[in-house]
Design a protein around this ligand. Sequence first.
Ligand code: NDP
Length: 309
Amino acid sequence: MNTIVLLSSDTVLLAQLQAAFARQAADMHVVLANAPEAAHAQVAACWFPPSGSLKALPQLKLVHSVAAGIDHLQSDPSLPDLPICRVVDPAHRQGMTEYVRWAVLNFHRGFERVLQQQRERLWQRHPQRSAADFKVGVMGLGSLGAAIAQDLSGAGYSVRGWARSPKELTYVACHHGNEQFNDFLIGLDALVNLLPLTPATQGILCRSTFQRLAKDAVVINCGRGQHVQVDDLQQALNSGQLRGAVLDVFEREPLPVDDRLWNMPGVIITPHMASAASHDCIAQQVALNARCLANGEPLQNLVNIDLGY
Ligand code: NDP
């Protein structure tokens, strides 16, 4: 029987995943790190694996992220040089689409302004702007970003996209590579980040990026907290270069109660809720890869370790 070990310090998540594996993959032997059978595990399903936990698994052949991203695996410096897979849940796209649609619409129609006006009992109408006149850029055109760019273009927005390699998406002006980053950014009203966190993308939401957007632009960060240079964001908001930001992800999560972002004018904070893979989907995909591994078949959603995503 295939043995899968679950590695995380989030005990609630561990219990939820165990229940999901029992529902979706009864043929798998799923254990926690402290079980003696963990020594036989060939697959580790991880969410912020505790430091040293991977090194303690002598039979390990596959590290599986239980999320779309793999950056959280760095929480264990003993991460071995083994194949890494991630979860790609179609329902992820739906959740992310809903979240980004809300965030873009919030700024496009100025709801954040009128909510503030209500607090001040101020009745003031603002000119209505057409979606076609509102330029949205999506950074990252992968499993999530491509779906988001197409959804926004279907809603009538003027949409640009940016990825590492060339892309073709209907009604989305696609750009790629560092050399086209400037053309992608210039004059955008809203910038949506759906990049993975890698050495090449860390800190990409910085002063020089904000300066290229339209004055009064907004930023929506659904990638990772380390994509944002917070000092630069604060300065751009203070100077009026940016009108607002929706932030779903943070360098430290939960966001500490004394973090300056909580009270930064123009910033809307959400608790890393844009989209989550379902526990059942995680169990299905990890179990599928455990079977592929045992049968010598190609692994699904394999990460390119050199690129870091
Ligand atoms: P994918 O790996 O499918 O797509 C990543 C995209 O980013 C690709 O289009 C890739 O380009 C592009 N990219 C990577 N590096 C660069 C670079 N240096 N320059 C330009 N483009 C680059 O990832 P997903 O769409 O599945 O997920 C994206 C990220 O979203 C995750 O890594 C995670 O951080 C975040 N996320 C956040 C969630 C939340 O709830 N807030 C939920 C789920 C994910 P190319 O296509 O050319 O390779």
